[in-house]
Write a protein that binds this ligand. Structure first.
Ligand code: SAH
Ligand code: SF4
Ligand code: F3S
Length: 445
């Protein structure tokens, strides 16, 4: 129970959706110890910074934040400061040397050990656990949805990654891939439905390789397609999303399940990374441009009207202007609805860092990224225009950024819609007709 004397925990989360969900697991582990969550580092007894290592900038942001927290700690020496997540895993004890105000360093598979490490830290010893696990999925820990809008929630279905994309640090920070039991996933989604949630996003670095095995350790007990179908059958009112799909594992089975079940959202995130076969091979993505386009064609055939989003990297090792033009041409050919676009950032100890030279000059990377962003702006606008003047179904998630008179929500295609609040509330599913759009938003005036 939370009382006024409960110690207070503040968690600050950087990085991907998996980190957001991990922070909810951490809140649950610490609640068992009597900690309640609070909304500001200034109020807290324990601050945990859940970190990301995917690009250098992500780490630089955390270092800047740790410097601020150091000042806060000087004013309040009782404050305990922990670094958790991917940077904790990547840097391990080195983190303690570089930032002495840090009391504990805890990797993504060691969150059950947090109470013990916090008590060590309280006793004046630095607590470190960066052990990775082959089994940990936190299956039976019920995440505390402390920052949730009460409408949409993330559910992790697996952890780690078994791919070896040459640029990527995630396999090092998150360890080997492992899938969580289907029963525990279904139980969690049912609980969310019972608590009024209207949307879940199933999370994994490569959800299409989700797989559990029968007792013999060989027969597949549950594939991703089966899991998706079962989750979608729990409640017809619950919308289901999933992320991320890897093009090499995105099977037609999943598309057929989506076609059958209308509550699975018409939106697929399929990171392409590059349009050049030479780059895809160097990136070790295990598919060619042609194979990627084959998956796009399958989506278009089996799921007409499904939106497709992607991730793109500009300026990977040895990328030429011609490689870059192939990325632009892939973007046009697919007509992505949305994209996350990044400049290549070399990560220590990855295959790319060890074997290839990060030889595309910064200004060339910037120019290429800007061209990608500009083109995606056009494509995003074009993808929204057909919805103007047509009724769309939207799940309201909360107030718009601009005004409490407006709500925002998303369509099945994951397009953001802003509309007058009227008598509606977050959690309502309603039909509205956009009157205009920008490249990012459909607007009802
Ligand atoms: N598992 C997911 C994504 C993980 S990281 C997948 O395979 O698609 C999210 C995105 O960050 C990646 O898709 C990639 O576009 C980008 N990214 C990863 N490492 C990067 C690096 N070193 N530099 C720039 N972008 C990177
Ligand atoms: Fe990184 Fe590739 Fe794994 Fe995604 S699939 S997390 S990009 S190694
Ligand atoms: Fe970042 Fe770790 Fe996610 S490196 S992108 S927080 S898995």
């Amino acid at each position: 129970m939370t009382t006024s004397t409960s110690p207070l925990l503040y968690i600050e989360t950087y990085g991907c959706q998996m980190n957001v969900n991990d922070s909810e697991v951490v809140a649950s582990v610490m609640r068992e110890q009597g900690y309640a969550t609070c909304n500001a580092a200034e109020d807290a007894d324990l601050v945990l910074v859940n970190t990301c290592s995917v690009r250098e900038n992500a780490e630089l942001r955390v270092w800047r934040r740790l410097a601020e927290l150091r000042t806060l700690k000087r004013k309040n020496p009782r404050l305990m400061l922990g670094v958790i997540g991917c940077m904790a895993e990547r840097l391990k004890e080195k983190l303690l040397e570089q930032e002495q105000s840090v009391d504990l360093v805890v990797g993504p598979d060691a969150y059950r050990d947090l109470p013990h490490l916090v008590s060590l830290a309280r006793a004046g010893q630095k607590g470190v656990n960066v052990e990775l696990s082959r089994e940990e999925t936190y299956a039976e820990i019920a995440p505390v949805r402390y920052a949730s809008n009460g409408v949409a929630a993330f559910v992790s279905i697996m952890r780690g990654c078994n791919n070896a994309c040459s640029y990527c640090v995630v396999p090092y920070t998150r360890g080997a891939e492992r899938s969580r039991s289907a029963q525990s996933i279904l139980r969690e989604v049912q609980t969310l439905a019972d608590n009024g949630y209207k949307e879940v996003t199933l999370l994994g670095q490569n959800v299409n390789s989700y797989r559990t095995y029968a007792d013999d350790g060989k027969t597949v007990a549950c594939s991703f397609a089966q899991l998706l179908e079962e989750v979608s059958q729990l409640s017809p009112q619950m919308r289901i999303r999933f992320s991320t799909s890897h093009p090499k594992d995105m099977s037609n089975d999943v598309l057929h399940v989506m076609a059958k079940r209308s509550n699975i959202c018409r939106s697929i995130h399929l990171p392409a990374q590059s349009g050049s076969n030479r780059m895809l091979a160097l990136m070790n993505r295990s598919y060619t441009r042609e194979e990627y386009l084959d998956r796009i064609a399958a989506i278009r055939t089996i799921l007409p009207g499904c939106s497709i989003s992607t991730d793109l990297i500009a300026g990977f090792c040895s990328e030429t202007d011609d490689d870059h033009r192939q990325t632009l041409s892939l973007m046009r050919e697919v007509g992505f609805d949305f994209a996350f676009m990044f400049m290549y950032s070399e990560r220590p100890n990855t295959k790319a860092a060890r074997r290839y030279r990060d030889d595309v000059p910064e200004e060339v990377k910037t120019r290429r990224l800007n061209e990608i962003i500009a083109l995606q702006g056009e494509l995003s606008l074009k993808s929204k225009q057909p919805y103007v003047g047509k009724p769309v179904e939207v799940l309201a998630e909360g107030f718009s950024k601009k005004s409490k008179e407006q709500l925002f929500g998303r369509t099945s295609q994951n397009m953001v819609v802003v509309f007058p609040r009227g008598s509606h509330n977050a959690g309502d599913c309603l039909t509205v007709t956009p009157t205009r759009c920008t490249s990012a938003t459909l607007v009802v005036e």
